[in-house]
Design a protein around this ligand. Structure first.
Ligand code: KIV
Ligand code: ZN
Length: 386
C-alpha cells in the first residue's frame, strides 16, 4: 500500500523569517487560502508570541481554514504555548508546535544548560501544550547535529508526554543526505514507542542539500515533510515544497503519495513571490521561468520531435501551459521553423535558409530574439509571398 506523505507548509512561518519578506494579515490570509486549495495537510501560520501582528495573523488564518490543520510555533516556554493556544482558538484542527535545541552546541552556548535539564524542559512543554490541544508537534532544534542516542531519548520521552509528531530539523543545513537518512532510520528503529507518533523532516538548504535530505528522510521512515513555497526561508532557505512533491510524483509514486494538486504549483509560486517581493531564480527547479524553456539548437530539435527527449515533467502537471522554444544565437533551424510556423509562416527549405541567415545575424546582437523581432523579420522577408 502507498504511504501518504503529509505536507507541512511553513511558508508563513519559517519562510516569512526572511528579511524583507514580512507579510501583513491580509497577505498571509490570501496565501493560507491558496495553500489550503493546493491541498497541504498542515499550514504553519506563524509564531504568535513574536508580535501582536503575527498573533492576529495566526488567529485570522485559524478562523478561515477549514480542511488543513493550522499550526502555531512556540518555544518550550509557557507564555509562548499560551499565545499559540489563544491564537488557535478558532482552528478546526489546531496543532501546537513546541520544542527546544538538543545539540550539544545549542545546549552549551544557547541555553548554558545540560542534556538532563533540556530533556526535562522538552517533556514539560509537551505536557503543558497537551492540556490545550490533542495534536502536539515537538521540534528538536539542531537535530542534524544532535547525538543520535540522546535524540532518541528525547523522542521517546516527548512521545510519552503526548507528542504526536516529532520534527527532526537539520536547522543549519549541515547533514549529508546519507547522514540525515541514517538519523531518521535510527529514530525509526530505536525509539520503542515510535508507533505512537510520526517523524517529520525539516531541512535547511545551507549546502544546497535540503531536497536531497528530505527525500532521504522519506525513504527512511519520515511521514511528514516541512517545506516552503519556492524554498524560501532563513539564510539559504528551507526545502522547496514543489521539489519534494514532484520528486514523489515523478520518481516515488509506486510507494508514496501526497494530496497536492500539482497543477496549482506554478500559480502559487508566483503569488508567494509577488506578495513577498522575492523573485524566483529563473533556473529554479519546477517553478523557475526557465524550467520548461529550451534555447540551444540540439535540445530544441529534440523537444520539437518529442517533448520527452529533454523534459521529465509535463509542464501542464505543474500549471505551465506549454514548454517554450526560446530563440537565441544558439538556436538552430528547427526552432526557427517551429516559431515561424506559430507566427503563420510555414517556410520551405530555401526560405528557411534565407530567414535563418538573417535571424542568426540579429540573434548575435541580442540575448533573445523576441516575438516582435521575429514577426518583423518574417514580414520583411516574406510579406509578398506568404
Ligand atoms: O529550523 C528549525 O530548527 C526550525 C524550528 C524552529 C522548527 O525552524
Ligand atoms: Zn527551520
Amino acid at each position: 500500500m502507498k504511504k501518504e506523505i503529509q505536507i507541512f507548509d511553513t511558508t508563513l512561518r519559517d519562510g516569512e523569517q526572511v528579511p524583507g519578506c514580512k507579510l501583513n494579515t491580509q497577505q498571509k490570509l490570501e496565501i493560507a487560502e491558496a495553500l489550503e486549495s493546493l491541498g497541504v495537510n498542515v499550514i504553519e501560520a506563524g509564531f504568535p508570541i513574536s508580535s501582536p501582528g503575527d498573533f492576529a495573523s495566526v488567529k485570522a488564518i485559524a478562523s478561515v481554514v477549514k480542511h488543513s490543520t493550522v499550526c502555531a510555533l512556540s518555544r518550550s516556554v509557557k507564555k509562548d504555548i499560551d499565545a499559540a493556544r489563544d491564537a488557535l482558538v478558532h482552528a478546526k484542527y489546531p496543532r501546537i508546535h513546541t520544542g527546544i535545541g538538543t545539540s550539544d552546541t545549542h545546549i552549551k552556548y544557547k541555553f548554558k544548560s545540560t542534556r538532563e535539564a533540556i530533556l526535562e524542559r522538552a517533556v514539560e512543554a509537551v505536557k503543558y501544550a497537551k492540556q490545550f490541544v490533542e495534536d502536539v508537534e515537538f521540534y528538536a532544534e539542531d537535530a542534524g547535529r544532535t547525538d543520535n542516542e540522546f535524540l532518541a531519548r528525547v523522542c521517546r520521552e516527548v512521545i510519552k508526554a503526548g507528542a504526536t509528531v516529532l520534527n527532526i530539523p537539520d536547522t543549519t543545513g549541515y547533514c549529508l543526505p546519507s547522514e540525515y537518512g541514517e538519523k531518521i532510520h535510527y529514530l525509526y528503529t530505536n525509539v520503542d514507542n515510535i508507533d505512537k507518533a510520526i517523524l517529520s523532516t525539516h531541512c535547511h538548504n545551507d549546502l544546497g542539500l535540503a531536497t536531497a535530505n528530505t527525500v532521504q528522510g522519506i525513504l527512511n521512515g519520515a511521514r511528514q515533510v516541512e517545506v516552503t513555497i519556492n524554498g524560501i526561508g532563513e539564510r539559504a532557505g528551507n526545502t522547496a515544497l514543489e521539489e519534494v512533491v514532484m520528486v514523489i510524483k515523478q520518481r516515488l509514486a509506486d510507494s508514496y503519495s501526497t494530496t497536492i494538486r500539482t497543477e496549482q504549483l506554478s500559480g502559487l509560486s508566483q503569488l508567494v513571490s509577488q506578495k513577498m517581493a522575492m523573485p524566483v531564480q529563473p533556473n529554479k527547479a519546477i517553478v523557475g521561468e526557465n524550467a520548461f524553456a529550451h534555447s540551444s539548437g540540439i535540445h530544441q530539435d529534440g523537444v520539437i520531435k518529442n517533448r520527452e527527449n529533454y523534459e521529465i515533467i509535463d509542464p501542464r502537471d505543474v500549471g505551465v501551459d506549454t514548454s517554450s522554444i526560446v530563440l537565441t544565437a544558439r538556436s538552430g533551424r528547427a526552432a526557427l521553423a517551429y516559431r515561424a510556423k506559430e507566427c503563420g509562416y510555414n517556410l520551405y527549405k530555401n526560405e528557411l535558409d534565407v530567414a535563418y541567415a538573417k535571424f542568426i545575424q540579429l540573434a548575435d546582437t541580442k540575448k533573445e530574439v523576441g516575438q516582435d523581432d521575429l514577426q518583423s523579420l518574417l514580414t520583411n522577408l516574406f510579406s509578398t509571398t506568404h
